[in-house]
Design a protein around this ligand. Structure first.
Ligand SMILES: O=C(O)CCC(=O)C(=O)O
Ligand SMILES: [Fe+2]
Length: 280
């Protein structure tokens, strides 16, 4: 953990797929200690550690020099680098910019493909929702090739554009969990950025998750429910496009009180014939 002023910054390592401390290697004097430290770290990560970390431990190769998990309860992030190619990114952005945007808060612009929602009053309107856009279908199919996303059924896509010249950012917040389910999935396009997590339970700690250009990030578990997420204006360089897909909560799934609404939404979403809900 580096200490910067009064805020402790923990970096999420994309190789280990966990929050790591970076400065422990100098404390390890020799290869026996190194092996012991690795074993201790492996044991402490245990079955909660990502498969990649365990595989690397088992095969004896360190993915990076990160030996210890930072002492915070931060789990539920998974980043897939190069989820789309440069050509696919171009085609996606051409399609996105073929439709108008509406101005949103904090300098952002957005396009919505999903139901109109009043979260406070727990009210939904589907009239304007015609489904997810056709250009997103291959992303949906590619996500499902990932074991952990095989059952991911998105019912909403929100494209958010951030430009540094408008000072665009998003303040720390939790996403709704009445309608939206466990996994929030964002494809990060046009430039790299950083998603910052903060928690009232860990005052003064910031976990920074790098978002390489063209990577896909999955936010769930503690990262979804116990840590707020934000994008600082300092982490926007030039222009960034975030495509965020959301799934349904249990209330809208089989056996939930709003099961029928969920079914209808899902049917609409997966036609992949949608137009943006509110266009200027
Ligand atoms: O821009 C992002 O990656 C995050 C967007 C976000 O948090 C949201 O739309 O709720
Ligand atoms: Fe969010």
């Amino acid at each position: 953990m580096q200490v910067t002023g009064t805020v402790s910054v923990c970096d999420f390592c994309l190789e280990c797929q966990r929050v790591c401390t970076t400065n422990l290697i100098p404390h390890v004097q020799n290869s026996t200690d190194y092996a012991i430290a690795r074993k201790e770290n492996y044991d402490s990560v245990g079955t909660n550690g990502c498969l990649e970390t365990r595989r690397n431990f088992e095969s004896g190769s360190a993915p990076c020099d990160h030996m210890y998990q930072a002492p915070v309860d931060f789990s539920g992030i998974f980043v897939i680098k190069n989820f789309v190619t440069g050509e696919e990114e171009r085609a996606l952005c051409d399609a996105i910019y073929g439709t108008g945007f509406v101005n949103s808060q904090s300098g952002r612009r957005k396009q919505d493909y999903g139901p109109k929602v009043n979260f406070k009053r727990k009210k939904l309107k589907f009239a304007a929702f015609t489904g997810l856009p056709s250009y997103s279908q291959f992303l949906y199919e590619r996500m499902k090739e990932q074991k952990r996303l095989a059952d991911f059924e998105p019912v909403e896509l929100c494209n958010l554009e951030y430009c540094s010249d408008r000072g665009a950012h998003i303040d720390p917040h939790f996403d709704d969990s009445w309608l939206w389910g466990e996994r929030l999935i964002t494809l990060n396009l046009l430039s790299s950025s950083t998603l910052t997590f903060t928690s009232d339970k860990h005052p003064g700690v910031e976990v920074r998750v790098p978002l390489p250009r063209r990577s896909l990030i999955v936010v769930q578990g503690a990262a979804r429910h116990q840590w707020k997420h934000s994008i600082s204006r300092d982490d926007i360089t030039g222009r960034r496009m975030a495509m965020t897909f959301r799934e349904l909560s249990n209330e809208f799934r089989l056996g939930g009180s709003r099961e029928r609404d969920g079914e209808e939404l899902l049917k609409l979403a997966l036609t992949f014939q949608g137009c943006a809900v509110e266009v200027p």
